[in-house]
Design a protein around this ligand. Structure first.
Ligand code: V47
Length: 380
């Protein structure tokens, strides 16, 4: 039988850098376990790994189409093929976005979208190729495992072949989307038909084997409970032990507006902070935890910097997935504002690129930059 967790035992484990158990994770999620205490512990780990630094990047989102064959009931972004709000971008628009990103000094384009009924694999491949050929300095963080799985279906190639094709035309890394909640009790209810948990892990495992870094997410605050969240974190921790290619974990707070789950309430700021803190404590082998300000709101994201998070994502232009689902955060913040938010939270801002190299800007023209040194993170 596993021992019952107590806060004192967990404190000792954190001090001794010992791994927390499933029981510990569930204990940390209990409402009667003071959030302040959980936050303090997470902050110890956060400062051990990243010191006083908070990372951000200058990035833009590109959602080439919202038309999608799937109907995940948490998604407000998707559209049917013949719906008026459905769109698919042409080459010109995609290149324009690349130009805009370059002019604005972006280091990264985060590309995800729908699985369009009528677009073939070459259409998706071409998006990466076009941007990479025209703007080779931009890092292309593209396609969730759900899209990679769709490309497998379209081409009958395997994950490795698809990833090799994508790297050849310019893919730099994979974002963490499509993870939702891994446990089948929940996954079967919110996205029954799309890439299952096994596929999500196969995609990320294969990427890591090919030297491609990836992120991981968890969509929380809908119909899942504490057990499903801890189970999710433990599956990720196990994979990271094996392949080590995850950079950042991003807990994503569910936004119910315009979704098939619109009867649910948005998660509270307390659940947001607890989830950041528990993630930092359970994922002892992940270098970074991101407080995605777009979905948390700026105030909670700032607070999260003392609850385990060491990254704020970026300036984020053209975000649609959250804004279609009712996010009221601005559609972009400036670098000056991001840095001010970080300093106000008592942390030191550092601009990073997607792979956590420091970004060195040309003082006479800040849209010009080069990658500096790899930023240290001290995982035990
Ligand atoms: O997989 C969709 C989520 C994800 C809603 O890797 C929603 O750096 C809340 O993965 N409410 C895509 N969440 C976005 C994503 C991401 C975001 C930021 C950074 C990174 C990264 C990755 O968005 C989907 C799904 O889990 N999502 N609809 C919604 N209504």
């Amino acid at each position: 039988m596993t021992a019952k967790s107590t806060l004192d035992d967990i404190r000792k484990k954190v001090a001794d850098q010992q791994r927390l158990s499933l029981e510990d994770g569930l204990f940390l999620y209990r409402n009667d376990t003071p959030l302040q205490a959980v936050g303090e512990l997470a902050n110890i780990v956060r400062e051990r790994i990243s010191g006083n630094v908070t990372y951000y990047n200058i990035n833009t989102h590109l959602n080439p189409t919202n038309i999608c064959v799937y109907r995940c009931n948490f998604c407000a972004f998707r559209a049917d093929l013949r719906e008026e709000r459905g769109y698919a971008m042409g080459d010109e628009e995609i290149l324009q976005r690349g130009q805009e990103a370059t002019d604005n000094g972006c280091t990264e384009v985060h590309i995800v979208g729908g699985l369009h009924h009528q677009k073939d694999y070459e259409w998706y491949l071409n998006i990466v190729r076009l941007l990479n050929d025209a703007f080779p300095q931009l890092h292309l963080k593209a396609w969730t495992s759900v899209e990679i799985n769709w490309f497998e279906f379209l081409t009958k190639k395997n994950v490795r072949q698809i990833l090799e094709d994508m790297v050849e035309v310019g893919l730099g890394s994979l974002p963490g989307g499509g993870a939702e909640i891994f446990h089948p009790e929940i996954r079967d209810q919110i996205c029954e038909h799309k890439a299952d948990t096994g596929k999500w892990f196969e995609t990320h495992r294969t990427a890591h084997q090919l030297g491609i870094n990836t992120n991981a997410t968890m969509l929380y605050g809908h119909i899942e409970n504490e057990f499903h969240r801890i189970d999710h974190l433990m599956r990720l921790r196990e994979q990271q032990d094996e392949t080590g290619g995850f950079q950042t974990f991003i807990p994503l707070a569910f936004h119910p507006e315009n979704t098939g789950l619109s009867h649910l309430k948005k998660p509270s700021a307390l659940l947001d902070l607890r989830t950041i803190a528990v993630s930092r404590l359970m994922l002892d082998n992940f270098p970074h935890i991101k407080a995605y300000w777009i979905m948390l709101g700026i105030g909670t994201a700032q607070t999260a910097l003392s609850y385990g998070a060491d990254d704020l994502d970026g300036t984020v232009r053209h975000e649609l997935i959250y804004h279609d689902a009712g996010a009221t955060t601005p559609e972009e913040v400036s670098v000056a504002k991001l840095e001010e938010l970080i300093r106000e939270a008592g942390r030191e801002p550092i601009e990073r690129d997607t792979l956590y190299n420091q970004v060195i800007r040309d003082p006479s023209d800040p849209s010009k930059w080069e990658a500096g040194e790899k930023l240290a993170s001290t995982l035990p």
